[in-house]
Each structure stands twice: as C-alpha cells, then as structure tokens.
Design a protein around this ligand. Structure first.
Ligand code: FES
Length: 86
C-alpha cells in the first residue's frame, strides 16, 4: 500500500486517518463500537458519515484478513448508480 493511502483521512470530523483505523482493527477491534471507542472515528458532529467506510473496512478485514487496496462505501464491486457498462 502506498504511504499516501495510509495517511488518507477517514474521519474528517475527528481527523482520524486510515493507518489509525487499520491499527485498531489489527489490534483486535471486531465491532464498529470498538473502533469508535478506541479512535474517536465515527462519533463526530456530522453524525458518522465515515461509518460508510469504517463498516466495509472492518468487514473486509474480518472476512479476508487484509484491508482493501482502495476504500469505497460499497465493497460489493458494483458500479455506482447501478448501471453496468459493457
Ligand atoms: S466524518 Fe467521522 S464522524 Fe464525521
């Protein structure tokens, strides 16, 4: 993973970057509440818009043991908008 991606800010409200989230999950967080408690991500004044990224990150790690190269709010592989290009 490129260094720039690791410093990507996931939670803008509380300025929490991807590296911090990944470390929290690698260190044993298995629920979103544990990530919220340990990093303060997801509990900012916006109401938790970053949870759309936190959830898929956690699910991907718990399923595969790795983090996705690129973060999206939908890890199913579907294209945004529901249209499928030929
Ligand atoms: S961006 Fe994470 S709580 Fe607002």
């Amino acid at each position: 993973m490129k260094p720039k991606q690791r410093s990507e800010i996931i939670c803008r409200c509380n300025n929490v970057n991807r590296e911090t989230i990944e470390k929290c999950i690698r260190d044993g967080a298995k629920t979103l509440n544990e990530i919220f408690d340990q990093t303060s991500a997801g509990v900012g004044p916006c109401g938790g818009s970053c949870r759309r990224k936190l959830g898929p990150m956690l699910e991907h790690y718990l399923t595969t043991g790795t983090f996705p190269e690129k973060l999206t709010t939908d890890m199913t592989g579907k294209k945004p908008g529901g249209s499928q290009a030929c």
